[in-house]
Ligand binder design. Structure first.
Ligand SMILES: [Zn+2]
Length: 383
């Protein structure tokens, strides 16, 4: 008889063992900073709450240690392959401003208060918040000091490196932007966070929404893959009341606003069978997309990949297709290289090329249509 390991427990409801998806282990993966990562991971669906996750077994811990150690080295080197969307690009600023604008409207935030941004990066969220509520003070936290000076230059902001235990006082708003999916024990983490939320205060959780973006399942260091069902379930389990659940604020992302519950929180309904079916569909689509890319190879025609982030990285690294260049619209990336291939602006793609648009179906179709030219074939993945 197999005795389940505690490491296999569901991160949301602690059910002892999940349903393994047998199609996942053979797939190559990527890291959240867009490096290819070998096959061999596990992806399971909790039979009790439907939470899609990677069991936190010994192999998972060893992998995330290696991935985060690589992050540090990579950034210390001044990284040519920067996480543009998380660092200096206008794209990131626009995204943060949009998210904070939506949140400010929804919560009717007062003109004064205290904000805590956990995992603040270089301060994109704090900067966007300071612009709409200049009367607030804020604290940003990160695991290391790399972005201290940038964060402290934001009006009203201070910076704290390390765990939450060093944070003084309570906050009217706590933001957790692309953090919770990395946390090995998210319920414990959310419970700790509730202790720094002031009475009447709120928590914003922003995570990827994998049903809109199958590539997200391939990120080796994402422990949890949330949906509009499982994130509210996790928050309720951790003692929160959920006020807003939406996948409409930022495309392919999930935004949830919650506050510590004053009484026992009611658990929302869940559907593990549906969650498993979504994963099956996503993994099947990924397989078909790889096939579509390989089918574009022709001896006389240059082949390119649009997108240098998670999707483009995975498609090129795991298809072994003869892709000779990347294409990106981010000016911070054009002129650099990725996976040993040059990154071209769309206008610089050689005539006669085919370019595979490495994005989820709807976004890919829109890009292929927008960039359409008579001399280059822009190919979206299958629907
Ligand atoms: Zn569960």
């Amino acid at each position: 008889m197999n005795i389940p390991s505690p490491a296999d427990a569901c991160p949301a409801c602690s059910a002892p063992v999940g349903r393994e998806n047998p199609r996942f282990p053979p797939l190559q993966r990527v890291t959240s900073d867009c490096r290819p990562w070998p096959a061999g991971g596990r992806l399971v669906v909790c039979p009790r709450c439907g939470m899609v996750h990677k069991p936190a077994d010994e192999a998972f811990h060893a992998e995330i240690d290696a991935i985060y150690a690589g992050y540090a080295i990579y950034h210390q080197s001044g990284g040519a392959e920067q996480r543009s969307f998380d660092t200096d690009s206008g794209i990131q600023s626009a995204r943060s401003a949009r998210l904070i604008g939506r949140l400010g409207d929804a919560l009717r935030l007062p003109n004064q208060g205290r904000l805590l941004d956990v995992g603040c990066g270089n301060g994109a969220t704090l900067r966007a918040f300071s612009a709409i509520r200049p009367g607030w003070t804020s604290v940003g936290t990160e695991l290391d000091d790399r972005h201290r000076a940038e964060v402290e230059a934001i009006p009203g902001a201070s910076f704290a490196a390390g765990p939450l235990t060093g944070i003084d006082g309570r906050f009217d708003l706590v933001t957790l932007i692309h953090v919770l999916e990395h946390i090995v024990e998210p319920i414990d983490f959310l419970r700790t966070l509730a202790g720094v939320i002031a009475p009447g205060g709120h928590l914003l959780v922003e995570v990827p929404h994998h049903p809109d973006n199958p590539f997200e399942l391939l990120i080796a260091d994402h422990r949890s893959h949330f949906t509009t069902a499982t994130l509210p379930f996790a928050l309720a389990t951790a003692g929160y009341e959920v006020d807003i659940v939406t996948d409409g604020w930022i495309s392919r992302e999930l935004s949830v606003v919650a506050r510590p519950a004053t009484g026992p929180a009611a658990l929302p309904g869940v559907d593990p069978d549906r969650a498993a079916a979504v994963i099956d569909g996503s993994l099947d689509w990924l397989r078909r997309s790889l096939g579509a890319l390989v089918a574009l190879e022709q001896a006389d025609r240059p082949l390119g990949m649009f997108g240098t982030a998670i999707a483009g990285t995975w498609l090129v690294a795991s298809s072994h297709a003869a892709v000779s260049f990347f294409v990106d619209e981010d000016p911070h990336r054009v002129g650099r290289s990725h996976l040993g291939r040059p990154i071209l602006a769309p206008a610089a793609v050689p005539p006669g090329s085919a370019v595979f648009v490495g994005l989820p179906p709807q976004a890919a179709a829109a890009v292929a249509q927008r960039l359409a030219t008579p001399t280059v074939a822009w190919i979206a993945p299958p629907p």
